[in-house]
Every structure is written in C-alpha cells, then in structure tokens.
Design a protein around this ligand. Structure first.
Ligand code: SAH
Length: 266
C-alpha cells in the first residue's frame, strides 16, 4: 500500500529488443532490463538479451511462433496487468520495434484502459538492422526515394496487398513475415509492372552469427531461396538498392571473399 492507502502499482515497459544482435539494444532497454521484476518475452528475442534481466527477475516465455501461440494475446495482456498491480516492474520484450508489426499497440491499449502505467522503449526494427548488416541501404539518391514496410503474412492462404502502389519505380519494398508468400509476391509485382530483372534479397536471421543472404531477381529468387532452404525469421528486400549488397556486404563475409578480391588483378 502507498502512504494514502492506495495499492502501489508497478509499471509495464514495452521494450523493443532489436533484430537479434544484443549489441543493438538501446541504452534505455538495457537499463530497464536491469531493474525488472518480471520479463515476458517471445521467440524472436535472443536469449542473451533475456539474460540481461536483473538477477532474480522472473522470466516468462509467452511464445508467438507462427501458428504456435504459447499464450493467447488476451492472456498476455491479463498477465501484464496482474503483475503490474502487484507492484512489479514488468518488461515486455518484443523483437525489433514493438510498434512495427509487433502488436505493441494492442497490448498498450489494454494497459491504458485499465489505468496501468506504461512506457514504450523503441527498438531497431528488422528492416533497418537487417538491411544494415546485409549491406543494403534502404534508400539511395540514385535508385530509391521511398521505402515501404509491408507484411507478407498469409491470411486465409492469400496475401492481400496494394500491388499497384508497391510496383512503383524508385521504391524499396521491405516484406516482414513474407517467406511463405515469396513466389506470389514476386509474381504479383511483375504482373503489376516491375521489371523481371528487379533485384531482390531474402535475409535469414539477420544481424546474428547465423545470418544468410540470398540474392536474385523477381524471377530467380523464389527458386534460389527454396534451394537454400531458408527459414524464418527472414526479411525480403526488393528494389535496385539490393545490387549494392555485392559491394557493401561486411558482416559474416568470409575471409575467402576478401582474399579473392585482393588477389584479383586491378
Ligand atoms: N517488431 C518486429 C517485427 C515482428 S514480425 C520488428 O520491428 O522487427 C516478425 C518478422 O520480422 C519476421 O517474420 C521477419 O520477417 C522479421 N524479422 C525479425 N527479426 C529478423 C531477423 N533477425 N532477420 C530477418 N528477419 C527478421
């Protein structure tokens, strides 16, 4: 109880954990993890990051793998409220940024309705973190004046996007949750006017030691990705900027590649 007899309420911190590499955590995220009484996290969050929580903090896995929701959303919301009302400092850790395809808005709305204090700590979203580690600038003065983020998540087995708006020149398209719909995405973009030769890439587990990058064109990429057996989490980047990967790749690049480049005659 507080001095005025009111029950003490804790606070919920909705924290973006970034795309994978723990070094990409914000200073604010690092600090609130250090004071947490409880941490709720899902499968996209690196275990090293969960390990940064205060010693003795309760760690609760709430799942959220595709079609395998360990705890339904309303139960997660309920748990956050229950813990905060016990006076706990609760950290809700989400992959990337909580407000980008992270349902952060829904969780916070319930807290706001119930009068539970909260704070939102932004994180580096997969698009910017993964693109940076893949050496693919999302905009470029010569070839990309705009960048759009969309979800390729299948609803009832189909992807429902504004293809006309996506198939514009001088635009980079970043697709979250799009691995399963890659063939359909490429096909629709060609049908709606993007050149077949438009470069595109799929990056699996970007920013981590397991990062893999497969590049191709709208025509060749689906088969290349299937052959490479890429798995989620994976991000698709489509647009002329993908060509820069060949020159700008820096992370997880094998020494061989540099040796070959150095050995090549000028
Ligand atoms: N809120 C998160 C996105 C959650 S949706 C963010 O801001 O990044 C989950 C999707 O994000 C995955 O299906 C994948 O498309 C993408 N993603 C997240 N982390 C990734 C990573 N390390 N490498 C590639 N894609 C990633």
């Amino acid at each position: 109880m507080g001095a005025d007899g009111e029950p003490l309420c804790g606070k919920v911190y909705l924290v973006g954990a970034g795309p994978g590499d723990p070094e990409l955590l914000t200073l604010r995220a690092f600090r609130v993890l250090g004071l947490a009484d409880a941490v709720l996290y899902d499968h996209l969050v690196n275990s090293e990051i969960v390990g940064l929580a205060r010693r003795g903090a309760q760690r609760i896995y709430v799942g959220k793998e595709r079609s395998n929701h360990t705890l339904p959303q309303h139960e997660i919301n309920h748990l956050l409220i229950k813990l905060a009302r016990r006076g706990h400092q609760v950290v809700r850790l989400k992959g990337g940024d909580p407000f980008i395809f992270g349902r952060g808005g829904e969780e916070i709305e319930t807290l706001a309705l119930c009068g539970v204090p909260f704070e939102i700590v932004p994180g580096i979203t997969a698009a910017s973190g993964v693109a940076a580690y893949a050496g693919i600038p999302l905009t470029h003065r010569d070839c990309a004046h705009a960048c759009v983020f969309v979800t390729g998540h299948l609803k009832d087995g189909s992807v429902d996007l504004d293809w006309q708006a996506l198939a514009r020149p001088l635009q980079t398209i970043v697709v979250y949750m799009g691995l399963l719909s890659l063939p359909k995405l490429c096909q629709e973009l060609i049908t709606h006017g993007l050149p077949q030769t438009t470069p595109a890439a799929v990056i699996q587990q970007g920013t981590t030691a397991a990062q893999r990058v497969v590049t191709g064109t709208l025509v060749t990429l689906p088969a290349k990705v299937a052959r490479a057996r890429l798995k989620p989490p994976a991000l698709i980047i489509i647009g002329e900027v993908v060509r820069l990967h060949a020159r700008l790749a820096w992370f997880n690049v094998s020494i061989d590649r540099f040796d070959t480049a150095l050995a090549a005659p000028a």
